[in-house]
Design a protein around this ligand. Structure first.
Ligand SMILES: Nc1ncnc2c1ncn2[C@@H]1O[C@H](COP(=O)(O)OP(=O)(O)OP(=O)(O)O)[C@@H](O)[C@H]1O
Length: 325
């Protein structure tokens, strides 16, 4: 569905030292530096996938989304989406995609949300029966009833985001690009947005490309991860693969009846100890967690034991470290 090959994009940025003298000088001569936002990025995405596009700040995620949605023209490489080159066949292409930029609004600021929806109906030439059924479905599932007649500028961030997502789907696109859709949302809104993304993917087969810094978005939604760093694609794999690579570290927390000395379990690292609690780190690839627990029970009278997997955030930090990002 999406085939990106050798994509590159650079930006020429004007350089100006601070101060009035330099401001005046820059009116006549400007120095520039070149920022290589994307270099030789290649990947393919199949219909119905949910792909998490991740990377640190300034890695090139938004630039990729802008190229794939036809907003930016790359310097080199190719991008074919459903047979279109986004920046060339823009008018025909946009009918097949929906785009949400979490940090920017595509709705008209001063008019009620419903007026923006009606304008989008005209822009995308959505047939009336399809528009009405999609509007009804989106209003119900995203709980927009109370918001439709409010001007966008009066909405909270979470309310606006639900309206933005609805607006991007009114024309029934097969691909949805989401650039940080949960940024700044409270826990309830985040869950609602995630649930909705899952629903349209499952029920309508919408392919989703999602950029986010929130790893619980990735954990909840993405089948596959693409990691981009300093403009290059560095990793392409599933969260499962990543767990295989980094997620073997487990934390064992043991609560026990008062014990004088610290526990000592071979193959583990004792993170902390008190007479009633020990926290140990285990590499599950080398030491069986069940063996650790039986060792513990032979040394102390256990009351409770919990085993925690390494959080996804920690694995991503390890991945960033590995690539020196
Ligand atoms: N319009 C522009 N003009 C100049 N430089 C730009 C422009 N847009 C992006 N850049 C630069 O390109 C690089 C990639 O930016 P991009 O916005 O794609 O990163 P990102 O991965 O989305 O980052 P973040 O997570 O912070 O949103 C950055 O160094 C950025 O400063």
């Amino acid at each position: 569905m999406i085939a990106v090959e050798g994509l590159s994009k650079s930006f020429k940025v004007a350089k100006r030292p601070p101060g009035l003298k330099h401001a005046f000088k820059s009116l006549f001569s400007r120095e520039h530096t070149v920022v290589q936002a994307l270099q030789d990025v290649s990947f393919t995405i199949k219909p119905g996938e949910i792909v998490g596009y991740i990377g640190p700040n300034g890695a090139g995620k938004s630039t990729s989304i802008k190229v794939m949605s036809g907003i930016l023209v790359p310097d080199g490489g190719t991008c074919e989406i459903m047979g279109y080159t986004p920046w060339k066949d823009r008018k025909a292409f946009v009918k097949h995609i929906g785009v949400v930029f979490g940090q920017r609004s595509q709705l008209w600021w001063d008019v009620p949300v419903i007026d923006s929806f009606d304008l989008l109906k005209d822009i995308y030439k959505i047939p009336t029966p399809l528009y009405n059924s999609n509007k009804q479905l989106l209003t119900e599932t995203l709980q927009l009833q109370e918001l439709l007649h409010t001007p966008v500028r009066q909405l909270s961030l979470g309310q606006r985001m639900r309206c933005e997502i609805a607006a991007s789907l009114l024309h029934d696109p097969q691909i949805l690009f989401l650039d940080e859709p949960t940024i700044g949302l409270d826990a309830v809104s985040k869950l609602a947005v995630r649930r909705f993304i899952q629903t349209i993917n499952r029920e309508k087969g919408v392919t989703v490309i999602l950029t986010t810094h929130d790893m619980s978005d990735i954990e909840a939604l993405a089948d596959r991860l693409l990691l981009i760093g300093k403009g290059s694609l560095l990793y392409d794999g599933t969260l499962q693969d990543l767990r295989g690579r980094f997620g073997q570290k487990k934390t064992v927390v043991a609560d026990y009846r008062y014990s004088d000395g610290p526990v000592s379990v071979p193959g583990t690292k004792l993170i902390s100890w008190t007479p009633e609690r020990a926290v140990l780190e285990v590499n599950a690839a080398e030491t069986a967690v069940s063996g650790v627990i039986s060792q513990l029970s032979s040394q102390v009278e256990l009351i409770d034991v919990s085993v925690e997997a390494q959080p996804v955030d920690d694995m991503i930090v390890e991945l960033y470290k590995e690539y020196r990002l």
